[in-house]
Design a protein around this ligand. Structure first.
Ligand SMILES: [Zn+2]
Length: 512
């Protein structure tokens, strides 16, 4: 089967038509794709008929520029799926067999238009129905999660168990071990791999062993909440004994019961846990561990003491019927933490701002682009978000997208690419791109694309960055990236409002 694809730069002249006829007679193509026809459908259809093509599809020129024509022979069963002035996307079968998909693309000579064309081409792959018709669900997921990146990146064989893609005996050993052992924490979380730092964060905690082991049990969802007792021993009631309003899970006792909320509110943390997008306890703890890492680890123990006394207070209610005052619980936790540190000669330091450290506005003339991704390991879908703010801290734009991805790192890189592409489309010249993924940012800064999962996307980000007058990359702690984080999570859960830039939802406004 032969194709003829030709940028003919106008089919109006007789000499061009003669050249086309010679090419068709010589190569006998089954499909002809002509770019820059600069002619209307009626004229092109007369030419098609003279060359004995059976089917046709046209994109009319805009003024005297552009114009596409697609012709095909009778034995070709071609269906146009979608089209624009730059492409015609089709499904093709020969004699109704071997159906495949072909996209006929007419690229733009203008660099700035390429981002749009690229975005359109990328979105073609999200047509689930086409893939569903052809492949098994597992194959569809695998295909959809391949990031389309920079075409200059060469394909290579990789060992996926190592970030750099190179095999080592150590990574081989651990991947065999991983595949033979189920991770117990999955019972509570969708995430099959919890960062191993979580165990380090618990066992190095400046707290008595009983509290460390309590936090460990919380991470494993191994405390005797009504929810757990109900699911394992079929107790008749799994409701919270305090508010009788919700199922008594670990998260409810420690964060969402009105009593727990009052304790956090009364604390120096002044924390308001929000049910919206709240991860399981293990992930919350890990998030906190990273948030405090650059400040001071000793504050993590105070959080552990608060959790411990919340649980004790719950037990006092269940077994003795006593009801503690939230302010007293906070004072008890703070005093116990201070005493433990005192006895063990651990210096106490002033408390940093709890989960929200202030977002820094960019200099005048600059736009700050905060990017984040929220990845679901089970569905392999990721919510991507980029939010743009000016030097006054005002939201001036943004973009969100739901995509398939095969890993967190790929999703984080895709979020950064969404940020640069969307910022470019909005016409900004000077941007500062922030992400809480240290790996992606550090590779972008070093121009070293050593992580096979995201290399082609990162190379793409870098090539886009050259389109700006200034485009700098910077790593921020997760706590300073709250708005992008909220948008990414809500995009993943299909709960992000479409017009969030024009009409900022209150939950997002509270994070700005
Ligand atoms: Zn409750």
């Amino acid at each position: 089967m032969a194709f003829l694809l030709w940028n003919c730069r106008g089919l109006g002249k007789a000499s061009t038509f003669r050249a086309l006829r010679n090419l068709v007679n010589k190569h006998k193509p089954s499909i002809v794709f002509l770019m820059e026809t600069k002619q209307r459908k009626s004229k092109l259809d007369r030419l098609r008929s003279r060359l004995h093509f059976h089917g046709s599809f046209y994109i009319d020129p805009v003024g005297i520029a552009g114009g596409l024509a697609l012709w095909w022979k009778e034995e070709i069963n071609l269906t146009v799926l979608s089209s624009s002035k730059n492409y015609i996307d089709t499904s093709i079968a020969i004699n109704d067999q071997h159906c495949w998909y072909g996209t006929f693309l007419y690229g733009s000579p203008y660099l700035e238009e390429r981002a749009d064309i690229w975005a359109n081409m990328s979105s073609l792959r999200s047509n689930d129905n086409i893939l569903d018709d052809l492949f098994s669900p597992a194959e569809v997921r695998a295909i959809q999660s391949i990031p389309i990146g920079n075409p200059d990146c060469k394909d290579s064989l990789i060992w996926p168990a190592n970030k750099n893609g190179i095999y080592s005996a150590r990574s081989g050993y651990f991947s065999v071990l991983d595949s033979s052992q189920a991770t117990p924490i999955t019972s509570q979380s969708n995430d099959p791999k919890i960062d191993k730092n979580i165990w380090k964060s618990i066992w190095k905690l400046h707290a008595p062993p009983k509290i460390r082991s309590f936090i460990w049990k919380l991470c494993y969802n191994a405390v005797a909440t009504k929810e757990n007792l109900h699911s394992r021993f079929h107790l008749s009631d799994g409701k919270c004994p305090r508010c009788h309003d919700s199922v008594e899970s670990v998260e409810h006792v420690l964060f969402f019961c009105p009593h727990a909320q009052a304790v956090w509110k009364a604390s120096d943390f002044n924390y308001c846990p929000s049910l919206e997008g709240f991860p399981c306890f293990a992930k919350w703890w890990l998030h906190l561990f990273y948030s405090f890492m650059t400040v001071d680890h000793c504050h993590l123990s105070l959080v552990a003491f608060v959790c411990w006394f919340l649980w004790k207070s719950r037990n006092a209610l269940v077994f003795q019927g006593s009801c503690d005052n939230p302010i007293e619980i906070w004072h008890l936790a703070a005093r116990s933490d201070a005493e433990f540190k005192d006895v063990n000669s651990i210096p106490s330091r002033p408390l940093p701002n709890f989960l929200v450290s202030p977002w820094q506005s960019p200099p005048a003339d600059f736009i700050k682009v905060n990017c984040d991704a929220s990845f679901d390991h089970r569905t392999k879908k990721a919510g991507l978000a980029a939010i743009f703010r000016n030097s006054n801290g005002e939201v001036v734009g943004g973009s969100t997208m739901l995509v398939s991805s095969f890993s967190v790192v790929t999703a984080e890189a895709l979020a950064c690419r969404l940020g640069v592409v969307a910022a470019f489309r909005q016409g900004w010249k000077k941007i500062i791109l922030e992400s809480d993924n240290e790996g992606v940012i550090s590779r972008l800064l070093k121009h070293e694309f050593s992580c096979w999962e995201s290399a082609s996307v990162e190379a793409d980000i870098l090539s886009f960055s050259f389109l700006f007058d200034v485009c700098s990359f910077s790593f921020v702690r997760r706590s300073s990236n709250g708005a992008a984080d909220w948008l990414a999570k809500n995009t993943r859960n299909h709960s992000c409002p479409r017009d969030w830039v024009l009409s900022i939802p209150p939950e997002l406004a509270s994070l700005l």
